[in-house]
Ligand binder design. Structure first.
Ligand code: AMP
Length: 113
């Protein structure tokens, strides 16, 4: 990846975001234009795990989509959310706007503290 996207800046804390979960590998924050009661975005943090899109996954990054799905599943379980949708937009034709791989997490159940 050559160009730094808005998600690089959120990851590097150069731009603010409503962060709901973070560990060494993944950052989870609220989508600024929510399409459901709860709309989160999960992004990989390690530079070696960052690709522009699902279409750009190679051997060295093939673990990343599964890792994001795993984090989403664990997050939902921990928060007691039992119904949700997970989506990757792939390419401009697939509605992708930000070319930093991310997983959308949408639920009609909102987040309880
Ligand atoms: P995609 O269409 O899959 O590329 O999704 C990009 C998502 O990022 C959209 O749902 C936007 O609403 C969201 N988004 C863009 N800028 C920000 C931001 N600064 N903070 C949080 N979400 C954002």
């Amino acid at each position: 990846m050559t160009e730094r996207t808005i998600f690089h800046k959120i990851r590097d804390k150069e731009l603010p975001a409503d962060i709901v979960y973070e560990d060494d590998l993944v950052l989870v924050f609220k989508d600024i234009r929510p399409q459901a009661a709860l709309h989160l975005l999960l992004i990989p943090k390690k530079e070696g795990d960052v690709v522009a899109s699902i279409a750009d996954i190679t051997k060295s990054t093939e673990h990343v989509p599964g890792m994001l799905i795993d984090k989403a599943r664990n997050f939902a379980k921990e928060k007691g959310i039992d119904g949700y949708r997970l989506t990757f937009h792939v390419g401009k034709g697939g509605g992708q706007e930000v070319f930093y791989l991310h997983l959308h997490f949408l639920s009609n159940q909102s987040l309880k503290d």
